[in-house]
Design a protein around this ligand. Sequence first.
Ligand code: WQD
Length: 344
Amino acid sequence: MANKIIVTGGTGYIGSHTVIELQKSGFEPLIIDDLSNSSPKIVDLITRITGVKPVFEKVDLCDLPMLQKFFKEHHGIAGVIHFAAFKAVGESVTQPLQYYHNNLVGLLNLLVCMASYDTANIVFSSSCTVYGQPDQLPVTERAPVKQAMSPYGNTKQISEEIIHDTAQKSSLKGISLRYFNPIGAHESGLIGELPIGVPDNLVPYITQTAIGKRDKLTVFGNDYNTPDGTCIRDYIHVCDLAKAHVVAVKRLVDGENEKPHEIFNLGTGTGYSVLEAIRTFEKTTGVKLNWAFSDRRPGDVEQVWADTTLANIKLGWKAEKGLKEMMASAWEWEKNMAAGILQS
Ligand code: WQD
């Protein structure tokens, strides 16, 4: 089986966990990453976990000659899993041009190189953000894509369309995976989410508050039309998410896709409120969190969780880990970072 898979953004949060699952499944992942939001130390930690050091090169997807050189030097690439993108929703609102340029030029350069070097299979890291606030819940892949609420979300929508249209008229085959809320860390405690600066997302903010790096967690809004007034999300363990990427790229490599471009929701199918997430963290870890309500965060969707039937049936994939395990693993990783694992 042709087994070389390029993983763009492979030293990032979801990318690094996917590299590990690829190695465990007999694939040879080749990491390219510009290190704009991750550390090269992650390659060493992946090696410590699997015993196999993955190929890694610092490559900016927006530098076409550099990317072409990489493809030229690595023959027989069976597929690409494309994570590399800027992904901070709030930052995209203040820096739209940087987001459109980085996320879209990066994808376009990648697709041009794939065509030039006969690599037909791409798995794309998309997001439930494309649904906005769905009219019906749980949300299925047939739900309409809504006006993006941020340039970040718009780059995901546009990227899906670029892949879709290209796949209709070329040998390209694509699977877009719409993530819900990835959280947690690898069971080894050696890799996890590595937010640079103040975390935007809930769970790294929870664990940094618990470890004492942040004084207090702010809960954005308690007047939503939900049972406890706080927003509801479908949190999914990053390792379950990583396994889905291996299944998806194998589906393409084995020619089992039913359409040139397929789309799958990757969630658990269960929604939890912010307060439920906080309480689960406290009960699971025994750590009492200091938090307080504040105003709503602009752009937040009130409630969203996935209908995962399509991925369950077509991919034969289902999330296995529950919220307690997600919180426990996130906490272990935070404690290991505080103990200097990234400096060792
Ligand atoms: C979850 C809930 C916040 C922080 C974003 C992207 C999505 C994906 C995941 C990339 C919301 C509340 C948060 C805090 C809080 N990213 N919250 N206090 O916004 O659902 O999704 O990250 O693919 O595309 O949109 O995730 O973790 O930021 O927020 O109360 O300090 O937690 O209001 O209700 P979100 P999140």
